[in-house]
Design a protein around this ligand. Sequence first.
Ligand code: PBG
Length: 330
Amino acid sequence: MIHGSYPALRLRRTRAAAWSRAMVAETLLTPSDLIWPLFVTGGSQNRESIKAMPGVDRYSVDLLPALAREAASLGIPCLALFPNTEPDRRSDDGREALNPENLMCRAIRAIKEAVPEIGVLTDVALDPYTSHGHDGMLDEAGRIVNDSSVEVLVGQSLNQARAGADIIAPSDMMDGRIGAIRGALEGESFHDVQIMSYAVKYASAFYGPFRDAVGSGGYLKGDKKTYQMDPANAEEGLREVALDLSEGADHVMVKPGLPYLDMVRRVKERFEVPVFAYQVSGEYAMIEAAVAAGVLDRDRAVLETLTAFKRAGCSGVLTYHARHAAQLLG
Ligand code: PBG
């Protein structure tokens, strides 16, 4: 046979059999890559469905230990908690965030008592606690006031750390909050409490269903564009990461997920730190809507998207499909 009459390189050769595909796979998705967000609500033995997120429920605190046990047995290393605060506990200044008996703190304690070996990540931002649905505090003109918001966010972080949170995850996008929170944690000798900053967080349409889940959507006046980033910007995201790392963040997050994999890759290559992505509520809702319409295979879509996060450079992914994905991977 004359050289050149066949392809010198046949990349299909290693794809031909399952054993071979497994052998050359560059990216391995495991349950330890998953962080499972849970919505917490009041009452007991209370489980509420969320209209915008079919298949995701809110759970009362007493139901959380069983979920934590299930997560741990599936190999999921960490849970992320989000409270749906009672309407009469929401206020202009979000002071319920500082209450040691708030839903979040009770949830942390219930989980850490029952399943101490699982990590608990807690969101820091005021939107589940404010009567206006914003992540910080407003002045009379309705503008977000950065520095007094940071003071409350510091108090919120300490409140969560005292309740036993392992990872403080500020999602509020105020300037300077990572340094302030780190200083306060050190000041109370919480040396081992990690900070995962939502460093690259965009003002996104994909958070819509989440606001339904924590009940802030109905309250939100205006938008969050004066603190969350413009989806048009990438360099600004790199600057956010540089700042948050210099202020004491242990890991950084990119959010939303799939539309922003370029940022995951750029952050990973530039900073060489653990990078996480949040496959947010709207991304979950899109997959579920497509599955319900009969146009996507859920199992394949879930595993493919999660693998893509890992390929892009993520150490892990916050995903509402965490339990399902861990079951598939188990
Ligand atoms: C709170 C917060 C939000 C999300 C996580 N933390 C909403 C927002 O910023 O408006 C969104 C998560 C999701 O959509 O799944 N600041």
